[in-house]
Ligand binder design. Structure first.
Ligand code: GLN
Length: 468
């Protein structure tokens, strides 16, 4: 049979694979052909692995041996280029990582390998996951498959674009302040950020350790859940991992945040689309509750203190001595300065400088200390909200995908793209973006649903209702 990649999900592919309609090899070949034809239009893959068909053959052997209940066996997946796979290159879309080969696999990757997932290749991102457009990649921007004059979002722009363009059936991304959800919204696919600690960060190149999570980007909510269920779990290599709750009875109440859409710079079409989502929620039988969450209007400021602070610390290991490339100098200090000066991009440098500043003596209490106090208040806002509602709903982004170059010279404008997504990372709660329609120009909108900490399963159930 010819494989209809356009309407394929993991669920459907699995049925075809066990039904013998096509093999894992044929499925992989269909994606490789699409990649060959279309990747040049969007610039999403940094590397297509040379052993894709070999991986697929191994999966086919397992099918032959009667393996039936494993929904991920033989499923083609793309990987954000900040996830370690033993023996493969990882660049974080940075020149400084040139020549680096991962010595071990991330825990999440190891679990997927055991399931027999077929890894297609490494996909583009903003350098070290800092950005909201993939324009900060050292290897060029990934274009939006719906309109190649626009960005795919970021930092997991490559992951979202390949799923939207049918160059992979699913992908993994990482989300520190929105990097899974924002590009998913821009590209019209589903993106899931788990509760903090639900998925091990072992083997994910760290950006901001108290905010980072690995998560799936897929064509359906169920597909995201299938991947999440595989990669979640307590891991002795990551002391912050937790076990999550079983799905509880859904509270048929959804919260919207009072005054949230009154902030400046929200696109009028986004507002209208959100109104439609509210009506949809009502139609599904949800009661809409207007919530007072007085501190979340400060989430962006809090994020842009805590995140750079942790970035400045995490990035110190890239000094030219231990990983990737080094630029020589006449003494050690000069080598550090030349390596980091020449091989890191301007957004990474900006964050290191901001982070170093907010952590420096004399400023620590005023910035970092204060941001951490505000973080606790934001968490409390969510705890209070989830006493009443099953989910809090917002648009995923303040606008649909913007034009390439439109914000790249204005970091503050770029940071505003995260205004709705950073809150979930600060509070550690799970959040999903699902497609919610298109603009007059045909660009996708995303609806964000945030759930209570550890209630990932319940959040999936709510999101599925919206998908119907
Ligand atoms: N766009 C946000 C930032 O630049 C989020 C990045 C992320 O989630 N990795 O920090």
């Amino acid at each position: 049979m010819t494989i209809d990649l356009k309407n394929l999900t993991i669920e459907k592919a699995h049925k075809h694979l066990i039904g013998g309609d096509f093999t894992a090899r044929e499925l992989a070949e269909a994606y490789l052909k699409n990649i060959e034809e279309k990747n040049k239009d969007i610039n999403a893959y940094l590397e297509v692995f040379s052993d894709v068909l070999l991986q697929a053959d191994k999966a086919d052997l397992r099918f032959k041996n009667g393996e039936k209940d494993n929904a991920l066996l033989g499923i083609p997946m793309a990987l954000k280029d900040n996830l370690l796979v033993e023996g493969r290159r990882v660049t974080c879309a940075s020149k400084i990582m040139e020549g680096y080969v991962a010595p071990y696999s991330a825990t999440a990757i190891q679990k997927l390998i055991e399931k027999g997932v077929v890894f297609l290749g490494r996909v583009n991102m903003d350098e070290f996951a800092m950005g909201a457009s993939t324009e900060n990649s050292a290897f060029g921007v990934t274009k939006n498959p719906h309109d190649v004059t626009r960005v795919s979002g970021g930092s997991s722009g490559g992951s979202a674009a390949v799923v939207a363009a049918n160059l992979a059936l699913c992908a993994l991304g990482s989300d520190t302040g929105g990097s899974i959800r924002q590009p998913s919204a821009f590209c019209g696919v589903v993106g899931y950020k788990p509760s903090y600690g639900a998925v091990s960060r072992h083997g994910l190149v760290a950006m901001s350790s108290s905010l980072d999570q690995i998560g799936p980007i897929t064509n359906s909510v169920e597909d995201s859940k299938i991947i999440f269920d595989c990669i979640a779990g307590v891991d002795s290599y990551d002391a912050t991992t937790i076990s999550i709750n079983e799905s509880a009875l859904i509270k048929k109440k959804i919260g919207i945040v009072k005054g949230l859409l009154d902030i400046e710079g929200i696109d009028s079409e986004v507002k209208k689309n959100f109104e439609e989502s509210i009506e949809k929620a009502k139609g599904l039988g949800f009661e809409i509750v207007e919530l007072e969450m007085p501190h979340i209007s400060h989430a962006l400021e809090v994020y842009y203190i805590i995140c750079p602070a942790e970035v400045s610390s995490n990035m110190s290991r890239f000094d030219g001595m231990r990983f990737g490339k080094k630029v020589g100098g006449s003494n050690l200090l000069e080598e550090y300065l030349e390596t980091r000066g020449q091989l890191l991009g301007s957004e990474v440098k900006r964050r290191i400088m901001i982070g170093t500043y907010v952590l420096s003596s004399g400023y620590y209490d005023a910035f970092y200390g204060k941001a951490n106090k505000a973080r606790e208040l934001i968490k409390k806002d969510f705890e209070n909200a989830f006493e009443t509602v099953g989910a809090v709903m917002t648009p995923t982004t303040p606008s649909p995908a913007f034009k390439i170059g439109e914000k790249s010279n204005d970091p503050l404008q770029m940071y505003l793209a995260d205004v709705f997504t950073v809150t979930a990372n600060i509070a550690g709660v799970p959040a999903i973006s699902i497609p919610s329609g298109v603009s007059k120009d045909g660009m996708p909108f995303g609806l964000q649903l945030m759930g209570a900490y550890k209630n990932d399963a319940a959040l999936f159930d709510i999101a599925k209702e919206f998908e119907r």
